[in-house]
Design a protein around this ligand. Structure first.
Ligand code: AP5
Ligand code: MG
Length: 221
């Protein structure tokens, strides 16, 4: 299965991706997570990405596309993948089309997570993430058992630098200008399935799963 998961910042892409990857046994490739890992070790990509991410801007296309090209060459991505947060611009979408056509494979489906804007701001400003394993929490809706500590690995929770209210507004504007138009791009290819970004994520997944499976089977024929 070759899938993209799209949606505004905070729409629940990462949360939904963690369910989908288990179901289809495909790697979850989040460009945001890859950049944050690179920032932790201050690699050249990390140092470049930091300048953009902390302001809520997009990392330049050439840096992002190179990172994705390298990731797609890895063994675990040969039989499927789930991209979360990529592509985010028309150039990135076209670059992905080129990479896949050179490999003689196609995308199966694009999941578009839909949710009201007001809820996004509440979610992102209250989100806390594990500094080690990236597990997600929320100060009201999804509290860890021990305040400030990850249930899964015991590491401290932190607030992402781009989760301040001012930066969240900017990320939403950047999304609307650069990334939202890609939904029409993929709709024209008949690939988009809308999913609820609110309520129980597992239930939202169960609602769309038969459609995802059917689109995958159709593309195999
Ligand atoms: P990235 O890490 O991709 O961030 P984002 O798109 O802004 O999205 P988020 O990760 O903030 O939200 P999400 O949709 O994953 O929601 P989540 O599941 O966490 O990118 C960060 C930055 O990296 C970008 O701004 C850019 O600078 C750079 N970048 C990345 N990719 C790039 C690219 N391709 N090109 C250029 N630059 C790039 O959920 C959010 C919260 O809501 C959590 O607290 C969660 O617990 C909660 N939640 C989720 N679902 C539900 C639900 N159903 N009900 C209740 N709560 C829920
Ligand atoms: Mg995410």
């Amino acid at each position: 299965m070759r899938m993209l998961i799209m949606g505004a910042p905070g729409a629940g892409k990462g949360t939904m991706a963690s369910i989908i990857k288990e179901f289809y046994h495909i790697p979850h490739i989040s460009t945001g997570d890859m950049f944050r890992e690179a920032m932790k070790i201050s690699s050249p990509v990390g140092l470049t990405a930091k300048q953009y991410i902390e302001k809520g801007e997009l990392v330049p296309d050439e840096v992002t596309i190179r990172l994705v090209e390298e990731r797609l060459r890895e063994e675990d991505a040969q039989h499927g993948f789930l991209f979360d947060g990529f592509p985010r611009t028309l150039s990135q979408a076209q670059a992905l089309d080129t990479i896949l056509s050179l490999q003689n494979v196609k995308l199966d489906v694009v999941v578009d997570m839909r949710i009201d804007r007001d809820l996004l701001i509440k979610r992102l400003s209250g989100r806390r993430v594990c500094s080690q394993c990236n597990a997600n929490y929320h100060i009201e809706n999804l509290k860890p058992k021990v305040e400030g500590i990850c249930d899964r690995c015991g590491s401290p929770l932190i607030q992402r630098k781009d989760d301040t209210e001012e930066t969240i507004h900017h990320r939403l504007a950047v999304y609307e200008e650069n990334t939202l138009p890609l939904i029409a791009y993929y709709e024209a290819k008949g690939l988009v399935v809308a999913a609820k970004g609110y309520g129980n994520t597992y239930q939202s997944f169960c609602e769309i799963e038969p459609i995802l499976g059917a689109m995958h089977d159709y593309n195999q024929k």
